[in-house]
Design a protein around this ligand. Structure first.
Ligand code: GDP
Ligand code: MG
Length: 163
């Protein structure tokens, strides 16, 4: 059985874009409108010759904001439960939000190792967000651009102990 990487994070940070890039097929729906990805999706990914199973989690983007954190927590925990590593994605352009901090808390309380990725880090617009991500207490964030495919070697380095 291949090792499993679960992509988690709040809506619109680029989880499905990352999934598509690693799987190499358009298995996850990506759209400029938040709320497109409905289901948890699994695919087989390959990174510099290492194969693993990757799970893309949906965002519940159009749920009632009152209930969003609770629903996201259940979904995040379910995805991470049987994973070898949680790949926690934040948006370096948007910076760290309260929901990011809450997800970080759930992950710190869980058993799965966490690799933190600061996505949308192409150019300079993500520099501040990458620095902010250090404050989540989950180690050094990997600067990444799922859209442009930048950071793959560093992501590989960070995931390698777990896959
Ligand atoms: P998800 O809700 O976390 O699955 O996010 P999506 O993958 O659907 O992406 C949300 C939006 O962010 C889309 O408009 C993507 O094109 C955009 N996006 C994803 N990755 C990047 C990136 O590396 N850089 C930039 N600038 N935008 C990105
Ligand atoms: Mg998605």
């Amino acid at each position: 059985m291949l090792p499993t990487v679960a992509i988690v994070g709040r809506p619109n940070v680029g989880k499905s874009t990352l999934f598509n890039r690693l799987v190499g097929k358009k298995l996850a729906l990506v759209d400029d409108q938040p709320g497109v990805t409905r289901d948890r999706r699994e695919g087989q990914a390959s990174l510099l010759g290492v194969d693993f199973t990757i799970i893309d989690t949906a965002g519940y983007e159009d749920e009632d904001p009152q209930t969003l954190p609770g629903r996201m927590r259940m979904q995040t925990q379910a995805a991470v439960e049987n994973a070898d590593v949680a790949l926690f994605v934040v948006d370096a352009r948007a910076g760290i939000t309260p929901l990011d901090e809450e997800i970080a808390r759930w992950l710190r309380e869980g058993d799965a190792p966490v690799v933190l990725m600061a996505n949308k880090a192409e150019g300079r617009a993500g520099d501040d967000g990458v620095m902010e991500a250090f404050s989540l207490g989950l180690g050094d964030p990997v600067p990444f651009s799922a859209e442009h495919g930048q950071g793959l070697a560093d992501l590989f380095q960070a995931l390698l102990p777990y896959i």
